[in-house]
Design a protein around this ligand. Structure first.
Ligand SMILES: [Zn+2]
Length: 309
């Protein structure tokens, strides 16, 4: 039964219920975990697995949508217990040697999120596997495909699990972030790899894949049939286009970062309020660090470029 085939495990990211999940799919020959949360919350993840009768050594495969630390930070620790880690080829070297990834995370977020990430362990290269786009692989007795889906990050993939008439899509950040205790779909556009056109094409690719279930790392199970999945993906597409328009407008109007931040926050807050959300609750995730990250991504994405030779 689908309801029990995928089990979401809340990793307690930022000490917020529902902020980030890992997904357990049991197999006959070890189990698969999609995402693992940051290194800082691995004890919560491990406890969540133990609570459903799963030993760490039974996790045979860890599938990552991308290497941002709230998705992949604990990968090295799981690999130490025997998990094989599957990740886009651009992401693999950074898991083997996480120094650059940690430095770039500090650059993007400043110190704001530092306590939420924790100490990453490198993944042993013998346990690292680079994904091939849209090629079926059998893992723990089930059929999986990684669709390469750039836009939020160049190394982002959406994992598709084929199970009879069902096709489960593990979306990573591609369909946005459902802010806990709200219905607001937030769109994270971090530097250096936010590419709005690629992101739109990636979402369209997932729509064409026609999933029956959607799992968001930040939001868990958001759709459990074909029609609901389609509706949610269309909504994500709409939000992405909307966010892109706001960001493009803000960065072109304000060369000054403080002014850009004020204007962007005002636009987003007005829409959040119009959607019936309490601004105070949303401040928890939509904080200044989040707005700054999105603006930095937009500055880079919308900067005039030299033609490539
Ligand atoms: Zn991300």
């Amino acid at each position: 039964m689908a309801a029990t085939m995928v089990r979401a495990i809340d990793v307690g990211y930022m000490r917020l219920a529902g902020a980030a999940n890992a997904f357990l799919i049991r197999g006959d020959d070890g189990h698969v975990l999609v995402e693992c949360g940051p290194a800082a919350t691995r004890a919560t993840l491990f406890e969540g697995l133990r609570a459903v009768g799963v030993a760490l050594t039974d996790i045979r495969h860890l599938l990552l949508t991308h290497i941002h630390l709230d998705h992949a930070g604990a990968a090295g620790h799981l690999a130490q217990h025997g998990a094989h880690v599957h990740v886009h080829p651009f992401g693999a070297p950074h898991l083997a040697n996480p120094e650059k990834l940690l430095a770039s995370t500090r650059r993007v977020h400043g110190s704001a999120y530092e306590p939420f990430y924790g100490d990453m362990a490198p993944v042993d290269v013998a346990h690292l596997h680079a994904t091939t786009d849209d090629v079926e692989v059998r893992l723990s007795g089930r059929a999986w495909r990684a669709l390469h889906t750039p836009g939020h990050a160049r190394h982002h993939v959406v994992w598709l699990l084929e199970a009879g008439s069902e096709r489960h899509a593990f979306m990573g950040d591609l369909a946005g972030i459902v802010v806990p205790d709200s219905d607001w779909l937030s769109v994270p556009t971090p530097p250096p790899e936010f590419e709005p056109d690629a992101w739109i094409a990636s979402l369209q690719r997932v729509i064409e894949a026609d999933p029956t279930h959607l799992w968001l790392t930040h939001g868990a199970g958001v759709a459990r049939d074909r029609a609901a999945s389609r509706r949610f993906l269309e909504r994500a597409l709409l939000r992405l286009r909307q966010e892109r328009a706001w960001l493009e407008q803000v960065v072109s109007a304000h060369a000054d970062d403080a002014q850009a931040l004020d204007t962007y926050r005002a636009i987003e807050s007005a829409h959040v309020r119009a959607a019936g959300m309490e601004a105070a609750r949303l401040d928890v995730l939509l904080d200044d660090a989040f707005f700054r990250m999105n603006l930095a991504g937009a500055r880079r994405a919308f900067a005039p470029r030299e033609p490539r030779g």
